[in-house]
Design a protein around this ligand. Structure first.
Ligand SMILES: CSCCC(=O)C(=O)COP(=O)(O)O
Ligand SMILES: [Mg+2]
Length: 226
């Protein structure tokens, strides 16, 4: 019996275009000024240390900004980039310059599943901070109260079976009681290999169907296995 729904964000609850055409350009446009203005913050120093470790080189703030802009262009899912993006997006959401995109069916069914007693969790490459922001500042209000927890790349990559095994261990339920929702077939394959039930969201024509997984064009088409 499914007791937990674990959902991806980009391409699943929210549009790919919002992430790539709004959030990423916003982070790129504000990256250099954010690094300069927060150079002394311990949180930023920790991320800069991790960036230098990955690049295996000492970096000035400008050189670090160059690396980060390259990683954004490459859509790298590296934890320090995701952490910094979350910090920059917080400023944008709080200033009213960003609003978190969710599809119209997303709040309706998240609320319905929550009311049915299902526990809702998020697993995205976006940082936990970024996850709480996109759901906290939607046009439908603050949806964060519906979620029991959040997972990001600190638990592991989204195409790694071990990440889903770690998630179920932290949630404290058997994998068979978890339904994972995503648009990316390789993520669904990894979740299934860990024992989870899966549904692939096919929300736009660009999506690559992985027919081994149940398919749904939106949340209203998802049948939550009893
Ligand atoms: C939480 S909104 C920002 C999402 C993001 O930064 C990202 O890279 C999404 O990647 P995913 O692997 O979860 O599709
Ligand atoms: Mg996705």
């Amino acid at each position: 019996m499914i007791k937990v729904i674990l959902t991806d964000i980009e391409g699943t609850t929210s549009s790919i275009d919002f992430v790539h055409q709004t959030l990423f350009p916003y982070a790129k446009a504000h990256m250099r000024s954010f690094l300069r203005e927060n150079a002394d913050s311990e949180e930023l120093q920790q991320q800069l240390f991790e960036i230098e470790r990955i690049e295996q080189d000492a970096l000035s703030l400008d050189a670090a900004a160059d690396v980060l802009e390259r990683w954004i262009a490459e859509d790298r899912k590296v934890t320090p980039l995701k952490a910094l993006q979350g910090m920059i997006w917080r400023q944008g959401y709080e200033a009213g310059e960003l609003k978190g995109h969710v599809y119209a069916d997303t709040p309706e069914y998240l609320r319905q599943w929550h009311a049915q007693g299902l526990k809702l969790y998020v697993y995205s490459s976006g940082s936990v901070e970024a996850q709480k922001l996109i759901f906290g500042y939607t046009a439908y209000g603050d949806l964060t109260k519906l979620f029991s927890g959040y997972f990001d790349t600190r638990v592991g990559g989204k195409r790694d079976v071990a990440s889903y095994q770690a998630i179920v261990k932290q949630i404290g339920v058997p994998a068979s009681e978890v339904l994972f929702l995503s648009d990316v077939g390789e993520e669904l394959d990894a979740a299934r290999a860990a024992g989870m039930a899966t549904v692939q969201l096919i929300r736009d024509a660009k999506a690559v169907s992985f027919p081994a997984h149940a398919q749904a064009s939106d949340f209203s088409k998802i049948v939550v296995p009893a």
